[in-house]
Design a protein. Structure first.
Length: 84
């Protein structure tokens, strides 16, 4: 039962990854706009930039991990199947 529930929290496809990255970007821009209101001037702009940069870094890492896991799975299948 716990295994079925835990599978809901695993990113399996690129579409799921892009949806999560989109949600992260929405949250980051909302937080960045709050920073712009709280800290007018350069401070708010730098904090806004930091929020959006964090999304770019996290999104890249998510996509890299998907590519790595897909390659690892392909290597396991190739090792299991006999060479033709």
């Amino acid at each position: 039962m716990f295994r079925k529930i835990s599978r809901l929290f695993v990113i399996k496809t690129r579409l799921e990854a892009f949806l999560i990255i989109y949600a992260l970007a929405l949250g980051a821009t909302e937080r960045g706009s709050v920073y712009l209101d709280q800290y007018p001037g350069w401070g708010g702009k730098l904090l806004f930039l930091a929020c959006t940069a964090a999304v770019f870094m996290a999104g890249g890492k998510i996509l890299d991990c998907l590519k790595y896991e897909r390659g690892e799975l392909a290597a396991k299948k190739k090792a299991i199947l006999p060479a033709e």
